[in-house]
Design a protein around this ligand. Structure first.
Ligand SMILES: *Cc1c(COP(=O)(O)O)cnc(C)c1O
Length: 511
C-alpha cells in the first residue's frame, strides 16, 4: 500500500536525514512541508464527515485502529513520514470535531488556529521554562503573560502566578499553599508531613464545586472528608450566610479551616458564587480564599460579563483555564496568587544542577520555583500569541457570542413543549431535559437519547445530574456552547435533533 505523501519516506538511517531535527535549517523546511501536508490530510479527512463524532461505536473504532496498525503503534522499523500523514487523515476522520456547531458537550473549545500554529513553536524549540537557560524567551514571555492576567484580575504588583497543566493541577497547588499556610502556626507540614497532626483540616466549597477540590484534598493528605459542602441558592451560587454559619461552628481546638474555595463558573451551570460576600466571610474568619475560575475566567476579557467576577481580586489565589474560555489548545491553565510570596514553599527549592543561588543572583533564574513540575512546556507562547493577535477584546467577543447562543438556546428550550429548562444561563451552558411522556422513564430516555446521537455521530450534547421533580438527582442534558461561529439556526437544529432522538427512544424505533 502506498501511503499518502510516501515521497517523504524515511531514508535508510534517520541519522543521515538532514530534516531529522526540527530546529535545524533543513529540519524547519521539512517541518513546514509536513505541517502543510498534515493540514491538507486533515482537511480531506474532515470532508467526509457528517457530524462532530464518527458514526462508530467504541468497538468499531478499536477494530478500525487494529486494522490500521496490525503491528501496533510502537513498531521496530519505521515507515517514514507517509505514516504520519496516514495517521493525520485517520485522526481527522474519527476524532471529535469541536469546530462542528453540533459539538456542545464539554468545556473543551475548538482551538484557535493562531494558538495551534504558535504552539508549533513550543514543539520546534522544545524550550522548558524551569531554568533560564533551558528556555529564556519562553520564561520571559510566561512572566509577562502572568503579570498581564494578574492585572486583569485586579491584582497588584506583589502578585504572581504560574502556568499549569489544568484546572485540577491549579486547584491542587492552590490548596497545597493553603494547607501549608494554615498549618504553619502548628507545624511545618512541608517537611514534617501530616502524620500525627492533631487538627482536623477543613476545606469549604459549594456543593457544586469541581470534584478536583476533593481530589486535591485526598492528594494533600487532608482527606476527602476535609471537604465541607456549603449549600447553594436557587441560582446555584454558594450561600455566604451558610458559609458563615459553618465557619462559626468550627471548633478551634480540634479543627483547622484550610481554605474557602469559591467557584466562578460552575462546570454545569456557569453560576458564579457571590465573590465579594464570600470574600468578606472568609476574611472575617481569617481563612484563605481560593477562587476556581477555571470556566469563568473568560469573563475577564468581556466588558459585558466582567461584572460577574467583581471581587475576584480579593481572592488569595485564582485558577483560570485558558484552555476553556480563551480557546487555547490544552494545556493552558494559570494559577495566580495575590501575593507572589505564596509560592515560597516551591520557590525555596534550590537544586544544584538547575538553579544554584549564585546563578539566580546574577539574574539567571527560571520558573522552577513556581511549579510542581520540573520540565515544563512553553505553553505561554501560544497564549501570548493569541492575545497579541486578537487582543483580550477578541477573546471577550468570542465569549459574548457564546453567551448570546446560550441565551438563544435558553429561550428555545423554554418555548419547546418537549423540553424543560432547568437553569437560566450565566455564561455559556444551558441545563435542560427532554420531557418524556412517561415521567418515570425520564432518566432512561434522556441518557439513551444522548447515546443515540453519539452513536450516529450526529450531535454531541452534554449530560449531568441535577435535582429532578422529587429533588433527587436525575439525568439532565446540557449544552456547552463554546463555538462562537455557531449560528442560532444551528442551535435550533441541535435541539430538534435532541427532540427527534427522544421521540425515537420513546417509540423504540431505530431512527
Ligand atoms: C474544568 C474545571 C476544572 C478542571 O480543570 P482541568 O483543566 O480539566 O483539569 C476545575 N474546576 C472547574 C470549575 C472546571 O470547570
Amino acid at each position: 500500500m502506498t501511503m499518502p505523501g510516501s515521497a517523504l519516506s524515511a531514508p535508510a538511517s534517520p541519522l543521515l536525514d538532514p530534516g531529522l531535527l526540527a530546529a535545524a535549517p533543513t529540519g524547519l523546511a521539512e517541518l513546514g512541508r509536513l505541517v502543510h501536508e498534515i493540514a491538507r490530510e486533515c482537511a480531506d479527512g474532515l470532508r467526509g464527515r457528517g457530524g462532530p463524532l464518527p458514526a462508530l461505536s467504541p468497538e468499531d473504532l478499536t477494530g478500525l485502529v487494529d486494522a490500521q496498525f496490525p503491528d501496533g503503534v510502537v513498531p521496530r522499523n519505521g515507515a517514514g513520514t507517509g505514516a504520519v500523514l496516514a495517521l493525520a487523515r485517520a485522526c481527522a476522520q474519527t476524532t471529535v470535531d469541536l469546530a462542528d456547531p453540533r459539538a456542545a458537550a464539554h468545556l473543551q473549545p475548538p482551538s484557535l488556529a493562531v494558538a495551534a500554529a504558535a504552539d508549533v513553536l513550543a514543539g520546534i524549540f522544545n524550550a522548558s521554562v524551569d531554568t533560564w537557560d533551558s528556555g529564556p524567551y519562553a520564561v520571559e514571555i510566561e512572566r509577562r503573560l502572568v503579570k498581564g492576567i494578574c492585572g486583569l484580575a485586579g491584582y497588584g504588583p506583589e502578585s504572581g502566578g504560574v502556568l499549569t497543566s489544568g484546572g485540577s493541577a491549579s486547584n491542587l497547588q492552590a490548596l497545597l499553599v493553603a494547607r501549608d499556610a494554615a498549618a504553619a502556626k502548628l507545624r511545618d507540614v512541608r517537611s514534617g508531613g501530616l502524620a500525627g497532626f492533631g487538627q482536623e483540616p477543613l476545606v469549604f466549597c459549594s456543593e457544586l464545586a469541581h470534584f478536583s477540590v476533593a481530589r486535591a484534598c485526598a492528594v494533600l493528605g487532608l482527606g476527602e472528608d476535609a471537604v465541607r459542602t456549603v449549600p447553594v441558592d436557587g441560582r446555584h451560587r454558594m450561600r455566604p450566610e451558610a458559609l458563615d454559619a459553618m465557619l462559626r461552628r468550627v471548633d478551634p481546638d480540634t479543627q483547622l479551616p484550610v481554605a474557602v474555595v469559591a467557584t466562578a463558573g460552575t462546570t454545569d451551570y456557569g453560576s458564579v458564587d457571590p465573590l465579594p460576600e464570600v470574600a468578606a466571610v472568609a476574611r472575617e474568619h481569617g481563612v484563605r480564599l481560593h477562587v476556581d475560575a477555571a470556566y469563568g475566567c473568560g469573563a475577564l476579557f468581556s466588558d459585558r460579563l466582567r461584572p460577574l467576577l467583581d471581587g475576584i481580586g480579593e481572592a488569595d489565589t485564582i485558577t483560570l483555564d485558558l484552555h476553556k474560555t480563551a480557546w487555547q489548545p490544552a494545556a493552558a491553565s494559570v494559577l495566580l496568587a495575590r501575593d507572589a510570596a505564596d509560592f515560597a514553599p516551591t520557590t525555596g527549592l534550590r537544586v544544584a544542577y538547575l538553579n544554584p543561588d549564585d546563578d539566580g543572583e546574577a539574574g539567571y533564574d527560571g520558573l522552577l520555583g513556581l511549579s510542581l513540575q520540573t520540565t515544563r512546556r512553553a505553553d505561554a507562547l501560544k497564549v501570548a500569541a493569541t492575545f497579541l493577535a486578537l487582543g483580550t477584546d477578541g477573546i471577550g467577543a468570542m465569549l459574548d457570542a457564546c453567551h448570546d447562543l446560550a441565551r438563544h438556546a435558553e429561550r428555545a428550550i423554554a418555548a419547546h413543549p418537549r423540553l424543560a429548562l432547568t437553569a437560566g444561563v450565566t455564561l455559556s451552558t444551558v441545563v435542560f431535559r427532554y420531557v418524556a411522556g412517561d415521567p418515570s422513564a425520564s432518566d432512561h430516555v434522556n441518557g439513551e437519547l444522548r447515546r443515540r446521537l453519539l452513536r450516529a455521530g450526529a450531535a454531541l450534547v452534554g449530560r449531568t445530574d441535577a435535582p429532578g421533580d422529587d429533588g433527587r438527582p436525575a439525568v439532565h442534558l446540557k449544552l456547552t456552547l463554546l463555538n462562537p461561529q455557531t449560528r442560532t439556526t444551528d442551535v435550533d437544529g441541535l435541539l430538534d435533533a435532541v427532540v427527534r432522538a427522544g421521540r425515537a427512544v420513546e417509540e423504540g424505533s431505530a431512527a
